[in-house]
Write a new protein. Sequence first.
Length: 244
Amino acid sequence: MISVFLPVFLCQCPYRTPLSNVAYTLYHLSSSVFTFASLQKWSQKPAVALREAESAAVKARSDELSVDALHWLLSASSDPDIQDMVIQSVGGLPMSSKPRVDQVFQDAGDIREAHVDLLSSSLQRTKGSKPLPGMEIRVERLLRFELFIPHLWCDMYTLRRNRRFIDTSNASVELAASIHANLSFTVSVHKPPGLPSSMTFLEHVLSLEVKLPAIVWFNLVQNAKRSGAFDTVASTEHRYPLII
Protein backbone atom coordinates (compact mmCIF):
# COMPACT_ATOMS: atom_id res chain seq x y z
CA MET A 1 0.00 0.00 0.00
CA ILE A 2 2.82 2.40 0.91
CA SER A 3 4.58 1.62 -2.36
CA VAL A 4 1.43 2.67 -4.24
CA PHE A 5 0.94 6.07 -2.54
CA LEU A 6 4.55 6.98 -1.75
CA PRO A 7 5.41 8.14 -5.31
CA VAL A 8 2.33 10.39 -5.29
CA PHE A 9 3.52 12.44 -2.30
CA LEU A 10 7.29 12.29 -2.84
CA CYS A 11 8.46 13.54 -6.18
CA GLN A 12 12.00 12.38 -5.32
CA CYS A 13 10.80 8.77 -5.29
CA PRO A 14 12.90 6.85 -7.88
CA TYR A 15 9.99 4.83 -9.31
CA ARG A 16 6.49 5.57 -10.61
CA THR A 17 3.13 3.83 -10.42
CA PRO A 18 0.00 4.31 -12.58
CA LEU A 19 -1.63 6.24 -9.75
CA SER A 20 1.34 8.54 -9.35
CA ASN A 21 1.40 9.20 -13.11
CA VAL A 22 -2.27 10.21 -13.06
CA ALA A 23 -1.70 12.40 -10.00
CA TYR A 24 1.30 14.14 -11.59
CA THR A 25 -0.65 14.74 -14.81
CA LEU A 26 -3.52 16.33 -12.90
CA TYR A 27 -1.07 18.38 -10.84
CA HIS A 28 0.74 19.77 -13.89
CA LEU A 29 -2.56 20.53 -15.62
CA SER A 30 -3.99 22.37 -12.61
CA SER A 31 -0.75 24.27 -12.00
CA SER A 32 -0.66 25.37 -15.64
CA VAL A 33 -4.22 26.67 -15.45
CA PHE A 34 -3.47 28.46 -12.17
CA THR A 35 -0.29 29.98 -13.62
CA PHE A 36 -2.16 31.19 -16.72
CA ALA A 37 -4.90 32.74 -14.60
CA SER A 38 -2.32 34.40 -12.37
CA LEU A 39 -0.48 35.79 -15.39
CA GLN A 40 -3.73 37.17 -16.75
CA LYS A 41 -4.50 38.91 -13.47
CA TRP A 42 -0.94 40.20 -13.24
CA SER A 43 -1.03 41.51 -16.80
CA GLN A 44 -4.35 43.27 -16.24
CA LYS A 45 -3.40 45.06 -13.05
CA PRO A 46 -0.56 47.15 -14.50
CA ALA A 47 -2.80 48.22 -17.40
CA VAL A 48 -5.55 49.34 -15.04
CA ALA A 49 -3.04 51.00 -12.73
CA LEU A 50 -1.43 52.75 -15.70
CA ARG A 51 -4.76 54.09 -16.92
CA GLU A 52 -5.63 55.27 -13.42
CA ALA A 53 -2.24 56.95 -13.03
CA GLU A 54 -2.61 58.61 -16.42
CA SER A 55 -6.11 59.82 -15.57
CA ALA A 56 -4.95 61.13 -12.19
CA ALA A 57 -2.03 62.96 -13.82
CA VAL A 58 -4.30 64.60 -16.40
CA LYS A 59 -6.81 65.63 -13.73
CA ALA A 60 -4.03 67.08 -11.58
CA ARG A 61 -2.87 69.24 -14.48
CA SER A 62 -6.26 69.85 -16.11
CA ASP A 63 -6.31 73.53 -15.11
CA GLU A 64 -2.87 74.14 -16.58
CA LEU A 65 -3.61 72.14 -19.71
CA SER A 66 -6.82 74.10 -20.31
CA VAL A 67 -4.96 77.41 -20.10
CA ASP A 68 -2.15 76.16 -22.34
CA ALA A 69 -4.66 74.90 -24.91
CA LEU A 70 -6.49 78.25 -24.98
CA HIS A 71 -3.23 80.16 -25.33
CA TRP A 72 -2.10 77.90 -28.18
CA LEU A 73 -5.45 78.29 -29.93
CA LEU A 74 -5.23 82.07 -29.67
CA SER A 75 -1.66 82.06 -30.98
CA ALA A 76 -2.48 79.72 -33.85
CA SER A 77 -5.43 81.67 -35.26
CA SER A 78 -6.35 85.29 -35.88
CA ASP A 79 -9.98 84.40 -36.61
CA PRO A 80 -12.24 86.77 -34.60
CA ASP A 81 -14.60 83.88 -33.82
CA ILE A 82 -11.69 81.94 -32.29
CA GLN A 83 -10.69 84.99 -30.25
CA ASP A 84 -14.28 85.33 -29.02
CA MET A 85 -14.36 81.66 -27.99
CA VAL A 86 -11.00 81.88 -26.19
CA ILE A 87 -11.93 85.05 -24.31
CA GLN A 88 -15.24 83.62 -23.12
CA SER A 89 -13.53 80.34 -22.22
CA VAL A 90 -10.99 82.18 -20.07
CA GLY A 91 -13.94 83.69 -18.20
CA GLY A 92 -15.19 80.18 -17.52
CA LEU A 93 -11.94 78.83 -16.07
CA PRO A 94 -11.80 77.77 -12.40
CA MET A 95 -10.11 80.10 -9.96
CA SER A 96 -7.22 77.65 -9.57
CA SER A 97 -6.20 78.49 -13.16
CA LYS A 98 -5.43 82.14 -12.31
CA PRO A 99 -1.68 81.66 -11.62
CA ARG A 100 -1.28 79.75 -14.90
CA VAL A 101 -3.19 82.44 -16.80
CA ASP A 102 -0.85 85.09 -15.37
CA GLN A 103 2.16 83.00 -16.35
CA VAL A 104 1.08 82.08 -19.87
CA PHE A 105 -0.79 85.17 -21.11
CA GLN A 106 1.35 87.74 -19.24
CA ASP A 107 0.57 91.26 -20.56
CA ALA A 108 -1.87 89.84 -23.16
CA GLY A 109 -2.19 93.17 -25.00
CA ASP A 110 -3.82 91.68 -28.10
CA ILE A 111 -6.42 89.65 -26.27
CA ARG A 112 -7.24 92.59 -23.99
CA GLU A 113 -7.92 94.80 -27.01
CA ALA A 114 -10.10 92.09 -28.54
CA HIS A 115 -11.95 91.79 -25.22
CA VAL A 116 -12.75 95.52 -25.18
CA ASP A 117 -14.18 95.30 -28.71
CA LEU A 118 -16.25 92.21 -27.87
CA LEU A 119 -17.69 93.75 -24.72
CA SER A 120 -18.51 97.00 -26.50
CA SER A 121 -20.28 95.16 -29.32
CA SER A 122 -22.37 93.23 -26.77
CA LEU A 123 -23.78 96.32 -25.04
CA GLN A 124 -26.40 98.86 -26.01
CA ARG A 125 -24.93 102.25 -26.85
CA THR A 126 -26.91 104.17 -24.27
CA LYS A 127 -25.98 106.09 -21.14
CA GLY A 128 -26.99 103.22 -18.90
CA SER A 129 -25.51 100.42 -20.95
CA LYS A 130 -27.44 97.18 -20.95
CA PRO A 131 -26.53 93.92 -22.65
CA LEU A 132 -28.09 93.55 -26.07
CA PRO A 133 -31.01 91.11 -26.12
CA GLY A 134 -29.67 87.55 -25.86
CA MET A 135 -26.17 88.75 -24.88
CA GLU A 136 -26.52 88.59 -21.08
CA ILE A 137 -24.60 85.33 -20.63
CA ARG A 138 -21.92 86.47 -23.06
CA VAL A 139 -21.46 89.77 -21.18
CA GLU A 140 -21.24 87.88 -17.90
CA ARG A 141 -18.41 85.71 -19.27
CA LEU A 142 -16.63 88.74 -20.72
CA LEU A 143 -16.77 90.42 -17.31
CA ARG A 144 -15.45 87.28 -15.62
CA PHE A 145 -12.59 87.34 -18.12
CA GLU A 146 -11.46 90.57 -16.45
CA LEU A 147 -11.07 88.73 -13.14
CA PHE A 148 -8.35 86.64 -14.81
CA ILE A 149 -6.87 89.17 -17.25
CA PRO A 150 -7.47 92.83 -16.30
CA HIS A 151 -9.32 95.21 -18.58
CA LEU A 152 -7.16 97.14 -21.02
CA TRP A 153 -7.73 100.34 -19.05
CA CYS A 154 -7.14 98.89 -15.59
CA ASP A 155 -3.76 100.63 -15.25
CA MET A 156 -5.09 103.98 -16.52
CA TYR A 157 -6.72 105.57 -13.49
CA THR A 158 -8.65 108.26 -15.36
CA LEU A 159 -10.03 105.87 -17.97
CA ARG A 160 -10.87 103.29 -15.32
CA ARG A 161 -12.87 105.78 -13.27
CA ASN A 162 -14.64 106.99 -16.40
CA ARG A 163 -15.61 103.52 -17.48
CA ARG A 164 -19.19 103.30 -18.68
CA PHE A 165 -21.30 101.49 -16.10
CA ILE A 166 -23.43 98.50 -17.07
CA ASP A 167 -27.04 98.79 -15.99
CA THR A 168 -27.88 96.01 -13.54
CA SER A 169 -31.61 96.68 -13.36
CA ASN A 170 -33.48 93.54 -14.40
CA ALA A 171 -30.13 91.76 -14.69
CA SER A 172 -29.63 88.23 -13.44
CA VAL A 173 -27.92 87.78 -10.09
CA GLU A 174 -24.97 86.16 -11.88
CA LEU A 175 -24.49 89.16 -14.18
CA ALA A 176 -24.92 91.66 -11.34
CA ALA A 177 -22.38 89.72 -9.28
CA SER A 178 -19.85 89.82 -12.12
CA ILE A 179 -20.28 93.60 -12.25
CA HIS A 180 -19.97 94.11 -8.49
CA ALA A 181 -16.94 91.80 -8.42
CA ASN A 182 -15.15 94.11 -10.86
CA LEU A 183 -13.21 96.88 -9.12
CA SER A 184 -13.35 99.25 -12.12
CA PHE A 185 -17.15 99.39 -11.87
CA THR A 186 -17.16 99.97 -8.12
CA VAL A 187 -14.95 103.08 -8.57
CA SER A 188 -16.62 104.34 -11.74
CA VAL A 189 -17.87 107.93 -11.60
CA HIS A 190 -20.78 106.81 -13.78
CA LYS A 191 -22.11 104.43 -11.14
CA PRO A 192 -25.83 105.18 -10.76
CA PRO A 193 -26.93 106.83 -7.50
CA GLY A 194 -28.67 104.47 -5.14
CA LEU A 195 -26.79 101.43 -6.42
CA PRO A 196 -26.02 99.02 -3.55
CA SER A 197 -22.50 99.25 -2.19
CA SER A 198 -20.19 96.26 -2.48
CA MET A 199 -20.88 95.46 1.16
CA THR A 200 -24.66 95.63 0.75
CA PHE A 201 -24.60 93.61 -2.45
CA LEU A 202 -22.54 90.87 -0.82
CA GLU A 203 -25.01 90.71 2.04
CA HIS A 204 -27.85 90.44 -0.48
CA VAL A 205 -26.18 87.66 -2.47
CA LEU A 206 -25.43 85.69 0.69
CA SER A 207 -29.11 85.77 1.59
CA LEU A 208 -30.00 84.24 -1.79
CA GLU A 209 -27.68 81.24 -1.44
CA VAL A 210 -26.87 81.61 -5.12
CA LYS A 211 -24.10 79.54 -6.71
CA LEU A 212 -21.32 81.67 -8.20
CA PRO A 213 -17.84 80.85 -9.50
CA ALA A 214 -15.19 80.93 -6.80
CA ILE A 215 -13.31 83.80 -8.45
CA VAL A 216 -16.49 85.92 -8.40
CA TRP A 217 -17.01 85.21 -4.69
CA PHE A 218 -13.37 86.06 -4.01
CA ASN A 219 -13.60 89.45 -5.72
CA LEU A 220 -16.98 90.24 -4.18
CA VAL A 221 -15.46 89.69 -0.75
CA GLN A 222 -12.37 91.74 -1.66
CA ASN A 223 -14.47 94.69 -2.82
CA ALA A 224 -16.72 94.42 0.24
CA LYS A 225 -13.62 94.41 2.40
CA ARG A 226 -12.45 97.65 0.77
CA SER A 227 -15.77 99.23 1.72
CA GLY A 228 -15.34 98.20 5.36
CA ALA A 229 -17.44 95.05 5.48
CA PHE A 230 -14.96 93.24 7.69
CA ASP A 231 -14.05 96.03 10.06
CA THR A 232 -14.57 95.31 13.74
CA VAL A 233 -18.20 94.56 14.50
CA ALA A 234 -18.32 97.47 16.93
CA SER A 235 -17.82 99.95 14.08
CA THR A 236 -20.57 98.64 11.81
CA GLU A 237 -24.27 97.95 12.09
CA HIS A 238 -24.03 95.01 9.71
CA ARG A 239 -23.91 91.66 11.45
CA TYR A 240 -23.34 89.45 8.43
CA PRO A 241 -19.53 89.39 8.97
CA LEU A 242 -20.36 87.33 12.06
CA ILE A 243 -22.41 84.96 9.91
CA ILE A 244 -19.52 84.53 7.48
